[in-house]
Design a protein around this ligand. Structure first.
Ligand SMILES: [Zn+2]
Length: 289
């Protein structure tokens, strides 16, 4: 069954709503620099693709991409980044959720691929609770599978348990896991996804030119219990890259990582589709409106 909203006809739409158990997923990302080797659209490219892959495993309607996320603005921002005021994003998301509900859905999952969206999405959910709505909204943040989750899976299930991988790939993942590879932003987790989804957009020959390791410049404030914008991320990681260089990452690892994350998301979607409590809790909370 076609699960993408934009690819569905008006006539077949009600059948999609029903097959989705009135559940709809919004892929969300942002447009920002990801080091020198990954494209500006990394976060929406992977969240959109993985959401669609998950919908093939567990039928759910996939809403058009919510491309723009919370990215710092200002003239110092790297070329190509797009910054939209958070107030505008919250207002737009609310309107879109209302439209999704008007079309028959009762449960909306935002599949978020950008860490910078977490704070405002948390506020968005809280704000929505204080308004009269007959639908519930929730967030599922993307999880990076490579290398740590994949290595843990290999350790638990043995060699050959991730069929896409060669013995060398298994060794690489286990080695990176053992060394505690950092993968925060543009690291192996995201690089592997992009290598599988949009290999031509990944410039592996641009690795090793700038560092993805923290300068630690803002850590003294954090150590003193002071919170500054973005936890000091922008100061500590001036290259919009956070993590060790994903040397040796390849499309096989990427395909396995995408599959594993799609399976994880499909399970989350299944839990939401079958859930009988969310709407009841919501209705109870809203009593008196
Ligand atoms: Zn990213």
């Amino acid at each position: 069954m076609e699960t993408r909203w934009l690819h569905t006809t008006s006539e077949s739409f009600p059948a999609l709503v029903e097959a989705s158990a009135k559940t709809c997923v919004i892929p969300m990302g942002c447009v920002e620099k990801h080091g020198l080797h990954l494209p500006l659209g990394t976060d929406i490219i992977h969240s959109s693709h993985i959401a669609y892959e998950a919908s093939k495993l567990e039928t759910v309607c996939i809403f058009p991409d919510f491309v723009f996320g919370d990215v710092p603005g200002g003239p110092a921002m790297p070329a190509g980044s797009i910054s939209v005021p958070v107030e505008m994003e919250m207002a737009l998301l609310e309107q879109l959720c209302d439209q999704i509900a008007r079309n028959g859905f009762e449960k909306i999952i935002i599949y978020n691929g950008h860490g910078g969206n977490k704070p405002w999405l948390s506020t968005f959910l809280r704000n929505l609770m204080n308004k009269k709505r007959d639908y519930v909204c929730m967030v599922a943040d993307i999880k990076l599978q490579a290398p740590h989750k994949m290595a843990e899976y290999l350790e638990a299930n043995g060699t050959g348990s991730i069929p896409e991988l060669s013995p060398e790939d298994e060794r690489l993942l286990l080695d990176y896991h053992e060394m505690g590879m950092k993968i925060g932003h543009g690291g192996m987790g995201e690089t592997s996804y992009l290598m599988a989804i949009a290999p031509d957009s990944v410039k592996m020959d641009r690795l090793g030119i700038v560092s993805g390791l923290s300068t630690g410049e803002a850590d003294y404030l954090k150590d003193a219990g002071i919170q500054i914008m973005n936890g000091g991320w922008d100061v500590n990681f001036p290259n919009a890259l956070s993590g060790h260089d994903p040397i040796g990452c390849n499309e096989r690892i990427g395909r396995a990582a995408v599959r594993m994350e799609a399976e994880r998301l499909a399970n989350a979607i299944k839990v939401v589709k079958e859930d009988k409590n969310l709407l009841r809790w919501h209705a109870n909370f809203q009593k008196g409106w």
